[in-house]
Design a protein around this ligand. Sequence first.
Ligand code: SF4
Length: 286
Amino acid sequence: MALNRVRGMEFNWSLNPYMGCAHRCTFCYVRAFEERADRPGDARYGDVVRVKTNVVEVLRQELARPSWPRESVAVGAATDPYQPAEGRYRLTRGCIGAFAEHRTPFDLITRGTMILRDLDVLVEAARRARIAIHFSVPTLDPEVWRRTEPGTANPRQRLRVLTRLVEAGIAAGVAMAPILPGISDRPEQLAAVVRAARDAGATHLWSGWLHMKGATRAYFLEHLAREWPAELERYQRLYGSRAYLGAAEGRALREQIAALKRRYPLRGRAGLIAPPAEPVQLMLSI
Ligand code: SF4
């Protein structure tokens, strides 16, 4: 099975060509999923990346079924689809091609600049269905980036790639997540990301605080104790035994980001490739 049915999220379907992620972000929420599947979510996370070598073939079969509802698929919700293994296996590229063939909309989230290699298939997919790319850029603070994301490309490089995608007509925006209390949430740090997203031509931007469950919590707090020991008390106070920050903190962040978006307005969708307006089922013979 390539497509996973998802319940209780903003999307109904997900696809992950890989399991595990060599980017090894210290805050990665997938560490908790790995632990639940009896795989290591600690410092060993990312040592092994499982490759679904037949995912493209299986996806094509699933998308060809008359019962496939052509709902949007979230690509990369549980692993980065443009982590280093993609250079060799080209599975994400193959899946995008399959979505294009079957006029299936999708949202793809990544920290990987390798996505630029697949500009041709992304353009084709955008001509056939609604697609959106979300570049994770939680911060542009070089110190925070280096200390929390040991395996990713510089976030400014991600924004340069975002610009190339938007120039080609693809909707591409910024996911400011996870924002780390006391570490990457200073007003000037938040403003720097929104301003840079605006300058890069981002079509959209959303944000979210750090979530800490299970192995993610254990690993991140251990990392915090080593790298930012003075912040430990803040996290204990803010999170207690909860995985999420409270509603008040969520509202405060949304308001801050909304104000920044008013100050640095994003470009929106003008000039992008417009997906077909007609119901996709009617266009299958093209
Ligand atoms: S890139 Fe995403 S999936 Fe990979 S380690 Fe970082 S947060 Fe986790």
